[in-house]
Design a binder for this molecule. Structure first.
Ligand code: 2IT
Length: 446
């Protein structure tokens, strides 16, 4: 395999799908060497088959808003790869959603899910519907209209969607309600991130952020450091940022920044339980702004138009959206002394930012390893559903902890360079790839 040739072919087939092409290039560049040591991969055209989704489903979603006006959005499900298990991955509702974004996310999900140690294939879906400014009734009607189309394509052993940006517990509830009505079956395993009284798993809401901090702890320990007393800058204020802020604070770190599309909150004294709870309120308001945090907590300040990366910190945790941390942001962080960056959002850093971090030799880990605790706990939710049981929070957290330690271990195994530097990007990509590639080889040419 020659990365440039594969990419040239993909660019010709999928012009302008920039996020997708970026995600594929990152993976191919890290696996090229190992791949070329295995002629059986090349012979079975594993890469050519792996970079194309198994299938893409797109559909029109029409619904009626509160004013009685008819709205039309586009819905998607990208079923990327099912070599190691049923398709699995979140749904993203955001105005910027398009096919390229969901293909990048589905591709990443395939390797991430392989890293979790659980049997899940990769998928992603969603819509260009924006929850911003929508009423609860509008969100319900949209979710119902979306599921009217999607339900035939999903199932506990087929494809199991969950939440992502813009899709939380409330949306999963509306989606499940409509699914149940259409399927006439109480099939809880068809969606994850469900409410606790109807098949949801304890710790699932916190799992992405908690898992990320467990991973960061492992990285730090390996480097002989401790998170206690360190300063952490977090971007975003949604579900993932909330989980990360909660666990970082619990572990003794000081979360000195959170941010939104409107600007950054400087929070020099760190988080309190009230502040962390308020993040949930901010998110539930559907206004997509972080500024009110500083009005509510006068020991913090709001700086409009700035990112979290303008705040001096030890550890930077992008928790919002892809490509939210650029080369310029990386240089600003490095100049301010940041020595660890971990993507909690999917592909949170641009390739230029990653290159800056790696050149500087700081600790850096990619989203598919760091944030895999979310989908891993979805996998645990599926297991509980299949068993018609629910586990205690301690049990789920213990399993999550163990899975994150296994993911860290896999990254170290496949990513340690001859000079001892752990290239977590390479480690995660190679470990995830090997598992999926071997399963594809063994299942023949399909
Ligand atoms: O990006 C992700 O891993 C998620 N949004 C969670 C997916 C899931 O199926 O729990």
């Amino acid at each position: 395999m020659n990365v440039n040739n594969v990419m040239a072919d993909l660019e010709r087939k999928h012009p302008g799908e920039n996020e997708y092409l970026q995600a594929v290039r990152e993976v191919l560049e890290s696996i090229e060497e190992v791949y070329n040591e295995h002629p059986e991969f090349e012979k079975a055209r594993i890469v050519e088959r792996m970079v194309e989704p198994d299938r893409i489903i797109t559909f029109r979603v029409t619904w009626v808003d509160d004013k009685g006006e008819i709205q039309t959005n586009i819905g998607y499900r990208v079923q990327f790869n099912s070599a190691i298990g049923p398709y699995k991955g979140g749904l993203r509702f955001h105005s910027a959603v398009n096919l390229s974004m969901l293909k990048f996310l589905g591709f990443e999900q395939t390797f991430k899910n392989a890293l979790t140690t659980l049997p899940m294939g990769g998928a992603k879906g969603g819509s260009d519907f924006s929850p911003k400014g929508k009423s609860d009734a509008e969100i319900m009607r949209f979710c119902q209209a979306f599921m009217l189309e999607l339900w035939k394509n999903i199932g506990p052993d087929t494809d199991v969607p969950a939440g992502d940006v813009g899709v939380g517990g409330r949306e999963i509830g509306y989606l499940y309600g409509m699914y149940k009505k259409l399927a006439r079956e109480y099939n809880t395993g068809v969606l994850t991130g469900k409410g606790i009284t109807w098949g949801g798993s304890l710790v699932r809401p916190e799992a992405t952020g908690f898992g990320a901090l467990y991973f960061v702890q492992h990285m730090l320990h390996k480097a002989g450091k401790d998170i206690k007393g360190k300063t952490v800058a977090i971007s975003g204020f949604g579900n993932v940022a909330w989980g990360a802020a909660t666990k970082a604070t619990e572990l003794g770190a000081r979360v000195i920044a959170i941010s939104g599309p409107d600007g950054v909150i400087h929070n020099p004294n760190g988080m309190t339980p009230e502040k962390i709870d308020y993040m949930l309120e901010l998110r539930a308001s559907n206004r997509d702004i972080v500024a009110p945090f500083a009005e509510r907590f006068p020991d913090s300040t709001f700086v409009p138009g700035k990112k979290a990366w303008s705040v001096k910190c030890d550890i930077a945790l992008p928790c919002a959206f892809q490509n939210e941390l650029t080369g310029d942001d990386a240089r600003e962080l490095l100049a301010n002394g940041t020595w660890c960056a971990a993507e909690v959002s999917n592909m949170g850093c641009t390739p230029e930012a990653i290159a800056e971090f790696q050149k500087a030799g700081i600790l850096f880990a990619p989203g598919k390893a760091v944030n895999a605790g979310g989908v891993a706990t979805s996998g645990l939710e599926m297991t509980q559903n299949a068993q018609h049981l629910s586990w205690s929070a301690e049990e789920v957290d213990k399993k999550l902890h163990y899975i994150m330690s296994q993911i860290h271990e896999a990254c170290v195994t496949y990513g340690t360079q001859p000079d001892g530097y752990v290239n977590y990007v390479k480690g995660a990509n190679v470990a995830g790839f090997m598992k999926v590639a071997h399963a594809m080889l063994e299942q023949g040419i399909i």
